[in-house]
Design a protein around this ligand. Structure first.
Ligand code: FAD
Length: 327
C-alpha cells in the first residue's frame, strides 16, 4: 500500500521549494514536492542575476533542480494543492485530484501570480520586451529607448531606477496618479520624459516591440517597456488556518520569522509567496534556510517522541528479565 505520510510536504517546485527539498532530502527526510508546474518566470527564455547560472533557461534550470533532489530520494509530483488542515498529529494536505496526504511539516513555496494591466499586446510580450525587473533583464536592454508604464504611484520609483540602464527613457504616468511637481522636475533633470497620455496598445512588428500607441493614436517608439504587475500570492489553500499576514506596498502576504516559519509552528513559507520582491537567488536562500530549520525542528521532535514512547513502555532491566525467565 502507498505510504502517504511524509516528514515534509512542499507546495511548489520552483526555486524556493526545490532548494528546501534539496536540504531536506540530503537530511534523509521523507519529502514530497507537489507542483502545479507554472513557475513565475516561465515567460522568459533566459534568467539573469543567478550566480553560476547566468543566462540559463528558467525551465531547464528547474528541471536540473528536480533531477538533483530526486538523487536524494525526494519525490516530485504534478498536483495542485487545494487545502491544508490540521490533524491531531500534524497536517493533512488535499490535492485537486482528491488525494489526501499527511505531513509533519509543510513548506508553502507556491509563489505569486502577476496580474498585468489590461492593455492590448502587453501580456503577450511579458518576459520578452515587457519587463518588470532591471536586475533580471536591464543589462539586455541597456542604452535602448525604454518606457516605464506606471500602474501605481510606485511607478515613479521604477522610472528613477530604470534611468540607471538608459538615458533614453519615457515615463507614462497616467496610472501613477498626480505626479508631484518636484518629482517631475527631478525626472526632467535626468532627461526622463514624462508623458501623461494613457497607453492604449503595444505596437509589434515582426515579433519585435517597436512602440506604444497612446490615447489619440500617436505611436511613441520604444524598444522595451518596464511595468509592474499586481502580485497575487498563491496561498488560498492555507486560508482555513488563518495564518498571520503582513501588509506591504505589494499587498498582504504571509508573515514569517527570519527562518521562514509562519504563525503556525508546523508551516513555513518561502520565496515569492511571502517575499514578493525576492528573485531566484533570494528564493533559493530562503528555501535552504527553511529546509535546515525544519530538519532541526524534526530532530528535536524525534527525540521528544522517542523519550515519550520509552517512558510509556520501559525496556525491562536485565534483573527484571532474569526474574521473568525464572518464573
Ligand atoms: C517574467 C519574469 C522574469 C523573471 N526573470 C528573473 C531573472 O532573470 N532572474 C531572477 O533571479 N528572477 C527572475 N524573476 C523572478 C523569479 O521568477 C522569482 O523570483 C522566482 O520564480 C520565485 O521562486 P518561487 O519558488 O517562490 O516561485 P515560483 O518559481 O513561481 O514557483 C512556484 C511554483 O508553485 C506552483 N504552485 C502554485 N500554487 C500551487 C498549488 N496550490 N499547488 C501546487 N503547486 C502550486 C506553481 O505552479 C510554481 O511551479 C522573473 C520573474 C518574472 C515574472
Amino acid at each position: 500500500m502507498e505510504n502517504n505520510e511524509w516528514d515534509v510536504i512542499i507546495v511548489g517546485g520552483g526555486a524556493a521549494g526545490l532548494s528546501a527539498a534539496l536540504m531536506l532530502g540530503r537530511a534523509l527526510r521523507r519529502v514530497l514536492v507537489l507542483d502545479g508546474g507554472s513557475p513565475r518566470n516561465r515567460f522568459a527564455s533566459h534568467m539573469h542575476g543567478v550566480l553560476g547560472n547566468e543566462g540559463a533557461d528558467p525551465l531547464e534550470f528547474l528541471s536540473r533542480g528536480r533531477q538533483e533532489v530526486a538523487g536524494y530520494g525526494v519525490e516530485v509530483r504534478t498536483a495542485v494543492v487545494k487545502r491544508v488542515v490540521e490533524t491531531a498529529t500534524g497536517l493533512e494536505v488535499e490535492t485537486d485530484d482528491g488525494g489526501r496526504l499527511a505531513a509533519r511539516r509543510l513548506i508553502a513555496a507556491s509563489g505569486v501570480r502577476d496580474d498585468l494591466p489590461e492593455i492590448p499586446g502587453l501580456a503577450q510580450r511579458w518576459g520578452r520586451d515587457v519587463l518588470h525587473c532591471p536586475y533580471c533583464h536591464g543589462w539586455e536592454v541597456r542604452g535602448k529607448r525604454l518606457a516605464v508604464l506606471a500602474t501605481s504611484p510606485m511607478g515613479i520609483h521604477q522610472a528613477q531606477l530604470i534611468r540607471q540602464w538608459s538615458d533614453d527613457l519615457v515615463f507614462f504616468t497616467a496610472l501613477a496618479g498626480p505626479v508631484d511637481s518636484a518629482i517631475s522636475a527631478q525626472l526632467a533633470a535626468r532627461n526622463v520624459i514624462s508623458d501623461p497620455r494613457p497607453v492604449t496598445e503595444l505596437v509589434v512588428n515582426d515579433d519585435v516591440l517597436t512602440g506604444v500607441r497612446v490615447e489619440g493614436g500617436e505611436v511613441v517608439d520604444v524598444e522595451a517597456v518596464f511595468t509592474a504587475a499586481a502580485l497575487i500570492p498563491q496561498d488560498g489553500y492555507l486560508s482555513a488556518l488563518e495564518l498571520e499576514r503582513e501588509d506591504s506596498v505589494f499587498g498582504s502576504f504571509l508573515k514569517v520569522d527570519p527562518t521562514g516559519c509562519t504563525s503556525h509552528p508546523r508551516i513555513w513559507a518561502v520565496g515569492n509567496i511571502t517575499a514578493p520582491a525576492a528573485n531566484v537567488p533570494i528564493s533559493i536562500g530562503a528555501g535552504a534556510m527553511a529546509g535546515g530549520m525544519i530538519n532541526a525542528d524534526l530532530v528535536t521532535e524525534d527525540f521528544t517522541l522517542a523519550a515519550a514512547a520509552a517512558a510509556a513502555s520501559p525496556v525491562p532491566t536485565s534483573a527484571a528479565a532474569e526474574e521473568k525467565k525464572a518464573s
